[in-house]
Design a protein around this ligand. Structure first.
Ligand SMILES: N[C@@H](CCC(=O)N[C@@H](CS)C(=O)NCC(=O)O)C(=O)O
Length: 213
């Protein structure tokens, strides 16, 4: 059976779990916390990052690589767009959102959600303000400019929609919601993605794991 090493709450693990759900594949989750320096885990993924997928003899890291592999290996239910240009754009959105966007959203999540819970420390509100007021707006403006007036990016729900939204799910756990008055299309996309049955299922599991479900 497919195995996903990771933990609920990671935006990258979430993406892989939702891809598996959408494709209707059976899988087992092997709990692996990040930032542990676990040497046994590093034999699977020397970067020590989650997720890692094991499918028989194949062991893969990186959510984008994993999702692209799942699409090729289990093509019956596609989770990416199919035209050349749309596929390329989906990959670009994945790189874009997994890089600086995810780092900034993770900054809010770490400061306001993890720091008080895991380290009993106050969040650094100056750092959070800098993210929300200065660093995120140009990236959010770009996302907003890319979205259609209504509906999903490529008509039906694909991982391209999820990849843009998943970092902001973590930010929302930390009390930051994308302002609907400034970014109406992205705010609407955020709600539509969360309402997708496969997404809602994983988010419900996640809420339990994080202790608010
Ligand atoms: N590009 C990777 C990023 C994965 C990643 O950064 N995961 C975080 C948890 S959300 C992690 O494992 N961090 C531990 C570390 O950086 O050592 C992916 O898409 O899978």
């Amino acid at each position: 059976m497919l195995k996903v090493h990771g933990v609920h709450g990671s935006p990258f693990v979430r993406k892989v779990l939702i891809a598996l759900e959408l494709k209707g594949l059976d899988y087992e989750m092997v709990v692996q916390m990040p930032f542990t320096g676990d040497e046994e885990y590093k034999k699977l993924n020397p970067l020590g990052k989650i997720p890692t997928l094991v499918d028989g003899d194949l062991t893969l890291g990186d959510s984008k690589v994993i999702c692209r592999y799942l699409e090729a290996a289990y093509p019956e239910v596609p989770v990416y767009p199919t035209s050349l240009n749309d596929k390329a754009m989906a990959d670009w959105y994945d790189d874009f959102a997994s890089g600086p966007v995810a780092e900034l959203a993770a900054g809010i999540f770490f400061q306001r959600f993890m720091r008080p819970r895991a380290f009993k420390q106050e969040p650094d509100e100056a750092l959070i303000s800098n993210i929300i007021e200065k660093k995120l707006p140009p990236l959010l403006n770009y996302i907003e400019s890319q979205l259609p007036e209504q509906g999903f990016i490529f008509g039906k729900f694909t991982l391209a929609d999820l990849t843009l939204v998943t970092p902001f799910i973590n930010a929302s756990y930390a009390g930051y919601d994308v302002p609907a008055e400034t970014y109406p299309k992205f705010s609407a996309l955020f709600e539509m993605v969360k309402a997708e049955p496969a997404v809602a299922k994983i988010l419900a599991q996640e809420a339990k794991a994080l202790g608010f479900g």
